[in-house]
Structures are given as structure tokens and as C-alpha cells.
Design a binder for this molecule. Structure first.
Ligand code: DX5
Ligand code: ZN
Length: 220
């Protein structure tokens, strides 16, 4: 029912050669490119924003899966839409009051809305957003504390993925953090279909092999 989306996290790429890195991933079979937007406030790291998305968009037609680890996601909707972002995933922890307005603005700006949750956030908190009048179209379950690539996968987060998959058979469920050949089986068995992978893809001698292995695991 739900098709696999393999999304290399460009956080692990060579940012100084972003266009070439994006092309390399698409050529190796990536479905989406995962873009980690961090504001140095919601998480203790600072990365890229709309100007970089806008520049990259001139070099690729790929689906840009933007993960906003920012305290004020509303402030970025318009500029991310104009820059050419495809998906806009905000964190539920900072959208408790205004998620309905936020989701509707994301859609008006031409992007696909998603909601992310940190490891400490109960999965129940995203249910209203999936069932909203204007629903989110993806849930991103963080499997590490957001902020940095290269951390260890938290297997106990699979309870959240299982609960979501049981409730919502056709929902896009994304996992992010520590995914690679040794952890994909657990994530796929729990029901995740969108797989973010940074260090395991970019650090591999043959990244294309890792991308196809991730896809095969989700498909079976
Ligand atoms: C972490 C980011 C992830 C990160 C994943 O805050 O949201 O997308 O790049 O990197 P790996 O796959 O190396 O854990
Ligand atoms: Zn991410």
C-alpha cells in the first residue's frame, strides 16, 4: 500500500558541492533528498535555510523533503515554499497551539505537510494532526535526538511506528536517525516506509548498494 521512499540526508553530504551530491544520490536511486533545517535554538546546531534550498532547486527536480528543526516553523513557510521545498515537516513540540493554521499555510504554499516528534514526545500527540480537517500527510518519528547526524538508532521508538501503522495503514511514516543496513529491518518490520539515512549512505564505499538494500527491506 505504502511505497518506499529512500531519502539520503544531505546533512552528511559535502555541503560545498551540494548540487553534485544531490545528483549523485538521485543517480544512485534516491527517491527523496532529506534536507535538515536547524536554527541553533530548537536544536544545538545550525545548518541551512531557504536560500540554500532555492539554490539547490535550480540544479535538481528531486523531491526536497525538508525537516524543520526550528522553534518558529510558521516564520519559514512562505520562504520555503518560494524556494522550492517539496515537503515541509515541522515538530509537534513547537506547534501545539497553531498546527491547524500551520498545516493549511504549508499546503497553500504548495508543499506537503508533515509532523515530526522527538524521542521524548508521546506518539498520541500527533494523532489529532493526522486526523485533522486538513491533515498532515506524513509523520516523522525521530529515532535519535535531533541535531546531529551519525548517532545511534533508538530501537524503542519502533513502538511509535507500530502504533501509527496500526492506526493508519496508508500513512507515510518516516524514520530519521541511525538508519542503515543494521537497523533497517527493525524499522521496516514496524511499518516505516520513508527512510532517512545520512552517515550510513554517505559513509559507505558504495552508497548505491545501501540505498537499494534499504529499499528492498521496506518492500519485503
Ligand atoms: C538529525 C537529522 C537527521 C540526520 C540523520 O537531527 O534529523 O536527518 O541527518 O543522520 P544519520 O542517518 O547519520 O543518523
Ligand atoms: Zn532529519
Amino acid at each position: 500500500v505504502v511505497s518506499p521512499k529512500i531519502a539520503p540526508s544531505m546533512l552528511s553530504s559535502d555541503f560545498a558541492n551540494l548540487a553534485a551530491e544531490a545528483k549523485r544520490m538521485v543517480d544512485l536511486g534516491a527517491d527523496w533528498l532529506h534536507m535538515d533545517i536547524m536554527d541553533g535554538h530548537f536544536v544545538p546546531n545550525l545548518t541551512i535555510g531557504a536560500p540554500v534550498i532555492e539554490s539547490l532547486r535550480k540544479h535538481t527536480s528531486a523531491y526536497l523533503d525538508c525537516h524543520l528543526m526550528v522553534t518558529n516553523p510558521m516564520d519559514y513557510v512562505e520562504q520555503m515554499g518560494k524556494a522550492g521545498a517539496s515537503g515541509f515537516t515541522f515538530h509537534v513540540e513547537v506547534a501545539k497551539e497553531n498546527w491547524q493554521e500551520l498545516v493549511s499555510k504549508i499546503k497553500s504554499a504548495g508543499m506537503r505537510p508533515g509532523v515530526a516528534l522527538k524521542p521524548g514526545t508521546p506518539v498520541e500527540e500527533v494523532y489529532p494532526l493526522v486526523e485533522g480537517e486538513i491533515p498532515v500527510e506524513m509523520v516523522l518519528v525521530m529515532t535519535v535526538e535531533p541535531g546531529f547526524g551519525g548517532q545511534k538508532f533508538m530501537p524503542n521508538m519502533m513502538d511509535k511506528v507500530r502504533a501509527l501503522r496500526q492506526k493508519y495503514p496508508t500513512l507515510d511514516i518516516e524514520v530519521d536517525g541511525g538508519l542503515g543496513p543494521s537497523t533497517i529491518e527493525a524499522a521496516a518490520a514496524a511499518g516505516a516506509n520513508c527512510i532517512v539515512a545520512g552517515s550510513s549512505v554517505f559513509g559507505a564505499p558504495e552508497p548505491g548498494k545501501v540505498i537499494s538494500l534499504l529499499r528492498t527491506s521496506v518492500e519485503k
